[in-house]
Design a protein around this ligand. Structure first.
Ligand code: URA
Length: 355
């Protein structure tokens, strides 16, 4: 098999076979295909698309490109959550401790920024001392003892995605349904959780700009999850404007703490309650989403989720002055004040430009 022929076939609109996709992914991981050929295939996929069978084959081959995490030492139902990428999306920082405070086992592997969207790992690393690189045994120990750990994906978890993710980021090939679905679902399948909650963003700041495209991405990922035997649920959420009021790593951590203190912006608080409710329901801690919602709201109001957040930060070596006594500028590396040149109202914000 030759990479040239695979690129040519896709460039001409052909459907790749499982054998061709398997060859591409395995050679890609062993470093036998130069970046220019991988990028060329990505661009061909971007323009020509992939059918369901190709997308599913790409996902499975990417999930199998490294080791699959074994979380069987963690008791209970492990629920993973993944966002399809947004601007100001700091929901994981809030819902991971919130769901854990409600009794969900949150064994979360997160990624870095992609395109104009931010990544949870970059945000957490803005906390002084916070370690996102933890060993497997520490990861399992933390989830078993405090209910939550958020770590970067290990080198060997879906390494094909690492390679493709980095190249898509610099070749303008991110916003393609099959590439996004395979990227997200390969990591979710490899990371060993029992159930998967997807937050598919839609709007000007999302990779999927229209409702139809976002719905189609969500359906594609649900199909892949179900075929792999994982109960997969997706919600579609608005990304026309940035989520909350803050963008940028430490600013987003600050805003996440404000939500956990019960003083955060309404849009962000609402979506966090909704996501946490779904996680609580999927973990079979609540009988339905409505009681999951109640549980999430009460836990947020009680301060237990905030406490869990600080517990997680301490457990992973991070340091923050606690209980809202810290002010954002304290931890910011660069600071500048910008003043509006005239007065007026903000009627809309271009999320992608902000990102
Ligand atoms: N998040 C991912 O992990 N991959 C994508 O391609 C987009 C969002």
């Amino acid at each position: 098999m030759r990479m040239y022929d695979i690129i040519l076939k896709k460039r001409n609109g052909g459907a790749l076979t499982d054998g061709e996709i398997k060859y591409f992914i395995s050679e890609c991981v062993t470093g036998n295909i130069p970046d220019y050929q991988i990028s060329a295939l990505l661009m061909a996929i971007y323009f020509r698309g992939m059918n369901d069978a190709e997308t599913s084959s790409l996902t499975i081959n990417m999930a199998n490109s490294g080791e699959r995490a074994d979380l069987s030492e963690i008791s209970g139902i492990k629920v993973d959550k993944h966002s399809a990428g947004g601007v100001g999306d700091k929901t994981t920082l809030i819902i991971a401790p919130l769901a854990a405070a409600c009794g969900v086992k949150v064994a979360k592997m997160s990624g870095r920024g992609l395109g104009h969207t931010g990544g949870t790992i970059d945000k957490l690393e803005a906390i002084p001392g916070f370690r996102t690189s933890v060993s497997k045994s520490e990861f399992i120990r933390n989830v078993n003892s405090i209910g939550v750990c958020i770590a970067g994906q290990t080198e060997n978890l879906a390494p094909a995605d690492k390679k493709l993710y980095a190249l898509r980021d610099v070749t303008a090939t991110v916003d393609n349904r099959s590439l996004i679905a395979a990227s997200i679902m390969s990591k979710k399948l490899a990371s060993g959780s029992d159930k998967i909650l997807l937050d598919v963003k839609v709007g000007s700041g999302a990779f999927m700009k229209s409702y139809e495209d976002a719905k189609s991405l969500a359906e594609c990922m649900i199909k892949i999850g179900k075929a792999a035997g994982k109960n997969t649920v997706a919600i579609l959420s608005d990304m026309d404007a940035p989520l909350g009021n803050a963008i940028g790593n430490i600013s987003e951590v600050y805003e996440a703490v404000r939500v956990l203190e019960g003083k955060g912006p309404q849009d962000l608080t609402e979506i966090c309650i909704e996501l946490a409710a779904n996680m609580i329901y999927l973990a079979e801690i609540a009988n339905n989403i409505e009681s999951g919602r109640e549980m999430a709201k009460n836990t947020l109001e009680s301060g237990a989720a905030l406490e869990k957040f600080y517990e997680m930060v301490r457990c992973q070596g991070g340091y923050l002055d606690e209980m809202g006594s810290w002010e954002k500028p304290k931890y910011s590396q660069y600071k500048a004040e910008l003043f509006a040149s005239e007065s007026g109202y903000i009627s809309s914000l271009l999320a992608q430009e902000c990102g």
